[in-house]
Design a binder for this molecule. Structure first.
Ligand code: ADP
Ligand code: MG
Length: 508
């Protein structure tokens, strides 16, 4: 009996030890796995580091590259394209103007009625159409037939049979937000497509000619008064409302900036004469590059697998088209290093499956158990039920990627301000501590859903701007979100460059 009891007791002890061993082993393994994931996160945090010191290096690099791009053609990765816009709308424009805005996810047709006093856009109508996917890779005829017929229907609806003055043609501003080598204010050659467009027969062709042909094919007799890109349109709307507006930045699907430059600083165009002495320069800043940019292995992979490697390096760290995919790549790495997300989901392997608005939704999920994160992981990435600590990890990834993007955008903005002497370094308080030199009020117009719809992104950008400039100078720099500037601005520029207007008010 005693022997049996002893045997059972020993047996129980052995089983218990074995179970404990398994449990401990599992715990150790799970702790090790968690450790590996935390290691991936730490590495991400370190390589995305944007201390104010580093941001200032980016600021300087941006200003230096701007100089180089203005000095000679091909002198910098920044193309610093001339726009031939030498004066901006002032608020005195009168009449009805149309605009087309093509350059991203959506295509917009607009009509603005201008009343002649500043801030008096009497009415504006905007119609938005997603660009059918197949047209993005079709022919220029197909694309401009779609655009022209949409415009025609819009005009018919807007004017509702009423007669447009027969003395003058309707005038149109065309916002075409792709790299264009401008020939005049109303003509330019398409250098290349970006943002998913690939209509080969248009590369190297004059854009307004393609549009005009489409208008004629569709029975529309209109004057294309200006060809601009979205940043120039945004600058125009900003300036229409506030004469202190000196630059415009877009942070949406892509990112870009334009600003007012002195004509004599555009050295690559010696003898450039403008009546105002200034010209708007389209930076194409998405292509900015500097060794000071904090780059991760995810950026390197994203770039290498993209259709345009070594191109748009700045944009690939900042804009809406890419942030989601950086986050996806980090989650994929973690998922491959451990099984905290379960078996590697096949969706996680699909490039661009996680769109940036979902990053924003997960980042801004304020439910205590992060339900939105769980839902998006499940629905978009086919990662079912993960524990709360893993969801928190995902939020942290979104935070790191978004914060870096917003802070780099802020550094870019300060780079422009530095180039035009509006960053306070040559002005306010700098002369032997004197505080009598006034920093001019400086407005930067901003557009794009990343800035306007992603609150945390916007807050990070403002925070970085304050850090780089310092509170005192930063209070003179105002970022103003504009709405439909990329389109309405083109209508305003059509007005201020109208072939019928006699007196155009000069800029500088
Ligand atoms: P576009 O740049 O195409 O002219 P938008 O300025 O509206 O148009 O920007 C659209 C881009 O912004 C989308 O590609 C998407 O990546 C991003 N985006 C849209 N909404 C949000 C959001 N709520 N949060 C974060 N990003 C967003
Ligand atoms: Mg846009």
């Amino acid at each position: 009996m005693g022997r049996v009891t002893l045997g059972v007791a020993v047996g129980v002890a052995v089983v218990a030890c074995a179970v404990a061993g398994v449990v401990v082993g599992r715990r150790v393994r799970s702790r090790r796995k968690w450790g590996r994931v935390v290691g991936v996160l730490r590495e991400l945090e370190e390589s995305c580091e944007t201390t104010v010191g580093r941001l200032r290096q980016v600021v300087d690099a941006m200003a230096v590259e701007m100089h180089a791009g203005l000095a000679s053609e091909g002198g910098s990765k920044l193309k610093m394209l001339l726009t031939f816009v030498d004066h901006l709308p002032t608020g005195s424009e009168v009449g009805t103007y149309y605009a087309l805005d093509l350059g991203g996810t959506n295509f917009r047709v607009l009509r603005a009625e201008l009343g002649g006093r500043r801030s008096s856009i009497l009415s504006k109508d905007v119609e938005l159409q997603p660009i059918p996917q197949h047209l993005m890779r079709s022919t220029s005829e197909d694309l401009f037939d779609f655009i022209s017929s949409t415009l025609k229907q819009f005009i018919e609806k807007e004017e509702n049979g009423s007669e447009f003055s027969s003395l003058r043609k309707r005038e149109l501003g065309f916002t075409f937000s792709f790299p264009v080598k401008q020939i005049s204010i109303c003509s330019g050659i398409l250098i290349k497509w970006t943002k998913g467009f690939a209509i080969e027969d248009m590369v190297g062709r004059e854009v307004v000619e393609c549009l005009r042909a489409g208008l004629i094919r569709n029975g529309l007799d209109m004057e294309v008064a200006v060809l601009v890109n979205d940043t120039v349109g945004t600058l125009a709307l900003g300036h229409y409302h506030d004469a202190d507006t000196v630059a415009a930045v877009i942070i949406g699907t892509g990112t870009n900036a334009s600003y007012l430059e002195r004509a004599d600083a555009i050295i690559k165009c010696q003898g450039l004469l403008t009546t105002s002495g200034g010209m708007v320069v389209n930076m194409e800043w998405g292509n900015f590059w500097s060794s000071h940019l904090p780059r991760t292995s995810y950026d390197v992979e994203l770039d290498a697998e993209s259709p345009n490697p070594n191109d748009l390096g700045f944009e690939k760290m900042i804009s809406g088209m890419y942030l989601g995919d950086i986050v996806r790549r980090v989650i994929l790495r973690m998922s491959q290093e451990s099984d905290i997300f379960g078996p590697v989901s096949s969706s996680l392997l699909v490039p661009f499956i996680l769109h940036t608005p979902f990053v924003a939704k997960m980042h801004e999920d304020d439910s205590p158990d992060l339900q939105e994160v769980a839902r998006i992981l499940k629905e978009k990435l086919e990662i079912p039920e993960v524990p709360l600590k893993v969801r928190k990890l995902v939020v942290r990834i979104c935070d790191v990627v978004t914060r870096r993007a917003a802070r780099l955008a802020a550094a870019g903005i300060v780079g422009i301000l530095k180039k035009i002497g509006r960053d306070g370094t040559g002005g306010i308080n700098s002369v032997r501590g004197r505080s009598d030199m006034k920093m001019k009020r400086t407005v930067v117009a901003i557009e794009g859903a990343l800035y306007t719809s992603y609150t945390v992104f916007r807050e990070y950008l403002h925070e970085a701007l304050n850090e780089i400039l310092g509170e005192e100078i930063a209070q003179h720099v105002i970022l103003k979100a504009t709405e439909d500037g990329s389109g309405i601005g083109a209508a305003l520029l059509a007005a201020s460059h109208s072939s019928y207007s006699v007196d155009s008010v000069q800029l500088l």
